[in-house]
Ligand binder design. Structure first.
Ligand code: PHE
Length: 339
């Protein structure tokens, strides 16, 4: 019996040695120390021993039990520690590794400047209107007092879709669309994309952006036009900005003008940005032609109005000192990141 016990101790030691997974310890405990375990089994046979042997064997069995329990305890701690070390190793973060770069989304420079323009005009009581980019010849030309063989059509290099449908060459057709659905007072700006089949270069793109303006009410005068656009220019380019109006021609306004702002780069002295003139042209404007009011269903004897159209791309480039319009459309992240 003694040898059997020693055998079990040996067997248990070997088994424990090989054991290297934490949850195998439970089955080990059951195998040796459980109710039907090997040690218990032996002790069941104690009855057949001579009485004087029993205490000694009992003592030995208890010793072995205590020893095995202690070993299980030791092994548990050892395996737990090993598991923890493995986890720490697996989850270690190498802080010297180069990081991943996450790009943060930004507004396109055109959006930034358009938002500024909207803010300025909303502050002056304007509302924002929109019109379709695929437009009828009627709205783009006819109703703006540009009949079929009018020379102004040649200057516009229109993309035609059919004989009567085209990509709008300016945002002015929305003037008519708004007049058709809204009675004066009208006070709107119309931002949007426009199209002309121009050759691409540093100052031309077949797609560009305009912001149209239209004000119609009783007794609107050229003074209202000049005052509104002068306030706009000072808000947009700074309080030192001066404006000048030069006579011009548009079929849909009479009289018509182009507005220049004093060059913000040189304060009007003359520099490369303004071609040494001190002035930079930023928009076309004029008093809405009576015929155009009539096309819009508004009586020119009762109402008058002014309209203007500015190039958003050009104003954006001026504000940021960008010298090539193509940069606005190429979406090169190295360019866009800078705003
Ligand atoms: N539509 C004109 C253009 O594209 C600009 C303009 C708008 C002029 C409104 C006068 C009034 O050049």
């Amino acid at each position: 019996m003694r040898t059997k016990l020693e055998q079990i101790r040996k067997e248990a030691q070997d088994a424990l040695e090989k054991l290297n997974v934490l949850n195998e310890l439970d089955s080990f405990r059951i195998e040796f120390l459980g109710k039907k375990g090997k040690l218990t089994q032996i002790l069941r046979g104690m009855g057949s021993l001579p009485p004087e042997e029993r205490p000694k064997i009992g003592q030995l069995a208890n010793e072995i039990r205590a020893y095995l329990e202690q070993e299980i305890e030791r092994k548990t701690r050892q395996l737990e520690e090993a598991a923890l070390n493995q986890r720490l190793k697996d989850e270690a973060i190498d802080v010297t590794m180069p990081g991943k770069r996450y790009y943060r989304g930004k507004l396109h420079p055109l959006s930034i400047v358009l938002n500024e323009i909207k803010d300025i005009f909303l502050g002056l009581g304007f509302e924002i209107a929109e019109g379709p980019e695929v437009e009828l010849d009627y709205y783009n030309f006819e109703a703006l007092n540009i009949p079929k063989n009018h020379p102004a059509r040649d200057t516009q290099d229109t993309f035609y879709i059919t004989e009567n449908i085209l990509l709008r060459t300016h945002t002015s057709p929305t003037q008519i669309r708004v007049m058709e659905r809204q009675k004066p007072p009208i006070k709107i700006i119309v931002p949007g994309r426009v199209y002309r089949s121009d050759e691409v270069d540093a100052t031309h793109s077949p797609i560009f952006h305009q912001v149209e303006g239209l004000v119609i009410d009783r007794n609107i005068t050229m003074g209202d036009l000049k005052g509104t656009l002068d306030v706009f220019a000072k808000e947009m380019f700074g309080p030192r900005t001066r404006t000048q109006f030069r006579p011009h021609y548009f079929p849909f306004t009479e009289p018509s003008a182009e507005m220049d702002v004093s060059c913000a780069s040189c304060d009007g002295v003359g520099c490369r940005v303004c071609s040494y003139t001190g002035w930079i042209e930023i928009l076309g404007a004029g008093m809405v032609h009576p015929k155009v009011l009539m096309y819009g269903g508004i009586d020119p004897n009762e109402y008058s109005g002014f309209a203007f159209g500015m190039g958003l791309d050009r104003i954006t480039n001026l504000k940021y000192g960008i010298d090539d319009i193509r940069l606005l459309f190429e979406n090169d992240i190295r360019f866009l990141e800078q705003f």
